[in-house]
Design a protein around this ligand. Sequence first.
Ligand SMILES: CC(C)(COP(=O)(O)OP(=O)(O)OC[C@H]1O[C@@H](n2cnc3c(N)ncnc32)[C@H](O)[C@@H]1OP(=O)(O)O)[C@@H](O)C(=O)NCCC(=O)NCCSC(=O)c1cc(O)c2ccccc2c1O
Length: 263
Amino acid sequence: MRELSDVTYEVSDGTAVITIDRPDRMNSFRGQTVDELIYCFKTAWASKDVGVIILTGAGDRAFCAGGDVKERAETGSYGPTEWGTFEIERLHRMIRDVPKPVIAAVNGVAVGGGHVLHVLCDLSIAAEHARFGQSGPKVGSFDAGFGSAYLARVIGEKRARQLWYLCELIDAPTALSWGLVNEVTPAAELLSTAREWAAKINAKSPTALRFLKHSFNADTDHLSGLSHLAFDGLDVFSDTEEAAEGATAFAEKRAPDFTRFRR
Ligand SMILES: CC(C)(COP(=O)(O)OP(=O)(O)OC[C@H]1O[C@@H](n2cnc3c(N)ncnc32)[C@H](O)[C@@H]1OP(=O)(O)O)[C@@H](O)C(=O)NCCC(=O)NCCSC(=O)c1cc(O)c2ccccc2c1O
């Protein structure tokens, strides 16, 4: 294993636990976080000691608050990366493509790009206090690829549009009733429940699971093309005054004023 600063990785009993470890920033991701997550998923993919992967966040406040908006407001980007490119789309693909089930253990708020990460996981188990939602239009961003179209597949068009247009968080019981998560547990039991589910899955045929995961994916894999277009668009949009207004307003703890950008 290489040295990691934003993520931790540990394996026991056939299960890899990947933890986003930036609790002072609500486990939001910067470029380096994304690079390290990709590295951990690839490591788990290649390891014969791993049958199931759990993705979670450090502490009890956040699973992941999406992109690090403070970093973006300060520097105009999500910071340096290994190859000079922000690889969030590759991470999305990695979660879908890794031929082993991925369980999101949602230990707090999952919002923005952090919400997209749990949506892309095969299964989601939430702590009772977890909250869920999208925030892009409030902070000058959007995920018009898997983050919108696949979300609509999971919870339905009306609810997906509600999350994206209103940018209000929903609680764990509502997420369960919408089919956004599989199970809600007391916070203290979250990781043990995720490990129990992983143990049950690990007792099954890995080849059968591999075929099933790819079969489930096949029906929505065309959204990859949409995702490319969406991230191309986001790249262009990110350099606009309109996007900057969202990130700056968040960093300055004020409501954004987008009125001058209406067309
Ligand atoms: C997450 C919250 C709902 C939590 O609210 P709460 O009231 O519980 O706590 P605070 O608001 O006081 O937050 C505590 C503390 O954490 C800091 N913080 C929170 N979120 C972030 C963040 N995303 N980045 C950096 N720092 C964050 C917050 O400022 C506080 O710090 P103090 O120093 O003041 O104590 C709420 O905080 C919230 O709504 N957060 C913002 C969520 C958000 O908008 N996320 C980013 C959306 S955009 C995105 O995710 C994104 C994804 C991509 O894949 C992209 C790809 C390509 C380009 C752009 C992308 C992109 O923008």
